[in-house]
Design a protein around this ligand. Structure first.
Ligand SMILES: Nc1ncnc2c1ncn2[C@@H]1O[C@H](COP(=O)(O)OP(=O)(O)OP(=O)(O)O)[C@@H](O)[C@H]1O
Length: 514
């Protein structure tokens, strides 16, 4: 037995995060840990990795009981972990980040060479010489995975590794993981994607409310049966109603932005529009200009011409985020901690970040009671598991924090909502709820722009789709006319010049790099 957990328990104020959990993993076994948001998965993984100490229970590693004092000790034993929230320094390059963890006896150029070798061996794209702040979430995750693989682990813990990967990248990752397992490495795999667990994992432990609620062979289960074990119900089905198209609320008109720094993507001749009452989905592999487009839309990048970004016909391209928010634009970035929330601040204080000043202040003073009520409303409506409005953002599980952020912006009654990766890390039940809320916003006349790497998600909620590749945008196509295969081809930058609906095979093809 590679790893055995025996009767592990861990409490936080007001919540028993792990309650008498036992599980074991053999060499070469890929073992899924499944459970709804807040079920206790991350806590359990942190206990194995020595980042959190259990209140009770013991860990047996290769037959010997150990007290995992800290992550350093876990790493020495051959345990590697990719966290849900990455632990990279923004200003350093990918290689420098990895170098930091490797100790003194190796030079940076040797590290870069080893990264290139691992990346090539496993087919993982990685640019070791780029500063981390220029990398998308998906690219950062690859850096984390490569960092683990360099240590030649005996147990690899992956906390939702595919939540930001494209279907093709997921397939590649699975090849890597199967190869690692065949070499004898054990893998603990946390994911909310039931199809992945069924495809990849040999065994599955299901957690519910901190306790083990089932141990199953995932290949023998259906997505519905796994969902029932996890949340006690089938995932709710989405209703896509015909909507009333309103006026154009968000318009991007010939947006051109030269790359801001060596590694950012230049945006070229990008135009789009979103009407009230519709959801436009933007698909694309991360790192193709999504971040740059988002910055130009949110007001963090104000280099554009004023008329290049228009809200309800008004030019706003040179206005900052606060001015745009006043005009009804709400924005949900992909980084949950640090950008969408301040980790050490409470949920009620975090309401302030995106509130309209007039609604939460009186005579220049902050109305704490209002903030508290707003935070409570988000918690209730979106089923956020938290100790209350005063809980610090960082005390929430990843999925619950995501529910809070999305809920905060939706309850802010946006005219235009721009959201990146709306259901990152949330369980099937909560993902369905967030998607339903986005559809309800659209039905109420809001213009919604969703940028996501998850094609399934875009196909579920978008009315129209466009693809971003190398800073350029494909033509728009109605969701009902698009296929996953076709969008996949467009994602590599190949789309028809002519009318949308034509396939690259039978029309003139443009290459986004041209
Ligand atoms: N440092 C902490 N302080 C207080 N409460 C915490 C802390 N860490 C976790 N919790 C609580 O413990 C419970 C389990 O959280 P955990 O992160 O393990 O859940 P999870 O199953 O990984 O969820 P998700 O799928 O959303 O990532 C949650 O209720 C969470 O709020």
């Amino acid at each position: 037995m590679r790893l055995a957990l025996e009767h592990i328990s861990k409490s936080y104020p007001g919540v028993k995060a792990n309650d008498d959990i036992s599980l074991s993993v053999q060499p070469g076994e890929i073992h899924a840990v499944l459970g709804e948001n807040g079920a206790g998965k991350s806590t359990l993984m942190k206990i194995i990795y020595g980042a959190v100490q259990p209140d009770a229970g013991r860990i047996v590693w290769n037959g010997t009981p150990v007290r995992m004092k800290n992550p350093g000790m876990a790493r020495e034993l051959g345990i590697a972990m990719v966290y849900q929230h990455f632990s990279l320094f923004d200003t350093l390059t990918a290689a420098e980040n990895i170098w930091l963890g490797l100790g003194r006896g190796i030079s940076l150029s040797e590290v870069e060479t080893r990264i290139d070798a691992i990346a090539a061996r496993y087919g993982l794209d990685c640019a070791p010489r780029r500063p981390v702040h220029t990398l998308s979430v998906g690219e950062r995750q690859r850096v984390e995975i490569i960092r683990c693989l360099l240590a030649d682990p005996k147990l690899l813990i992956l906390d939702e590794p595919t939540s930001v990967l494209t279907p093709q990248a997921v397939e590649k990752l699975f090849v890597v993981l199967r190869q690692l397992a065949a070499d004898g490495c054990s893998i603990l795999y946390i994911s909310h994607k039931l199809d992945e667990i069924r495809n990849l994992c040999h065994n599955c432990t299901v957690l519910r409310g901190g306790r083990v609620s089932g141990r199953v062979d995932p290949a023998q289960e259906t997505e519905a049966s796994l969902s029932r074990l996890m949340i006690g119900a089938d995932p709710p089905a989405l209703q896509h109603r015909p909507s009333q198209l309103g006026e154009v609320l968000l318009k991007v008109d010939d947006l051109n932005l030269p790359g801001d720094g060596e590694f950012s993507v230049a945006i070229a001749q990008l135009s789009l529009q979103v009407r009230g009452g519709e959801i436009l989905g933007i698909a694309g592999v991360s790192g193709n200009g999504q971040q740059e487009l988002l910055a130009a839309l949110s007001g963090e990048d104000t280099r554009a011409r004023a008329a290049a970004v228009q809200l309800a016909g008004e030019p706003v391209g040179t206005l900052g985020p606060g001015e745009r928010r006043k005009r009804g634009l709400h924005f949900i970035p992909e980084e949950r901690l640090g950008r969408a929330t301040v980790p050490v601040m409470s949920l009620e204080q975090n309401m302030l970040l995106t509130a309209r000043p007039a609604e939460v202040t009186r005579h220049g003073l902050i109305r704490r009671q209002t903030l508290r009520e707003q935070a409570r409303a988000v918690i209730e409506r979106f089923g956020v598991k938290a100790a209350g409005p005063q809980a610090a953002a960082r005390s929430l599980s990843g999925g619950n924090l995501q529910k809070y952020i999305v809920g905060r912006e939706i309850l802010g009654k946006p005219r235009v909502l721009i959201v990146s990766q709306p259901t990152w890390g949330v369980d099937v039940g909560a993902a369905a709820q967030i998607r339903a809320e986005l559809l309800a916003l659209r039905d109420a006349g809001c213009a919604v722009l969703v940028i996501s790497e998850e094609l399934d998600e875009l196909f579920e909620i978008a009315d129209r789709l466009q693809v971003i590749a190398r800073g350029k945008l494909s033509p728009s196509i109605a969701r009902t006319e698009a296929t996953v295969e076709q969008i996949g081809v467009w994602m590599s930058g190949l789309w028809p010049q002519a009318a949308p609906g034509a396939t690259p095979a039978n029309s003139e093809v443009s290459h986004a790099a041209a």
